[in-house]
Write a protein of this length. Sequence first.
Length: 206
Amino acid sequence: MKNEGNLGIASAILAAGLILIASIAAAVIIDDSQKNFSTQNINKITDEILDEITNYIQIKDIIGKYSIINEKRSIQKIAILIKPLIPQNINISDLTIKLQNEKTITILYYSGQTEAIEAYPLFEHPIWKNMTNNSFSFIVILDRDKSLLHHNVLNDDLAYIIVRLPAEFAIKPNRSLTVTLFPLSGIDRTIILDAPFCTKQVVSFE
């Protein structure tokens, strides 16, 4: 169901982009005699539209891990599996993440840390030890050309964004957290994480 939803959203974005580009082309034809549009302006607008479309980040999976925080059971570690809709160079250094609950909002920035999963369990990877509560890092699942690992460039890669939530944003059972991904260019992605009431330590967000 999740993959079908992603495919539908991606198709809608591509269709909207093509319609918008076609509209610009029609405007050029209509107004060509008045010279209201220059080739340079048309190319700039088209490039901006294509940039927004091709920098779309798919969310493939979201999982979390319960911990005991202030004597209460809450999800503090979350991992969001992402992949570009279309193979395109996206600089992850420019990505920011907004966390919002019913009380407050905070912004997270890239920590500069990206490491391969190797043989480690996801939530026991050594990278977690170096993380702070105001940043996020990446655990790479697939990176054939090492662009993400060595150059902070996401192209055709598959990686988890990992976040250790600040205590005030830890998700208690039957509570929720709104997470928004803000690429420098491209379309923002907002997801609402509802913590399931579950006896398992590691849980999937539906």
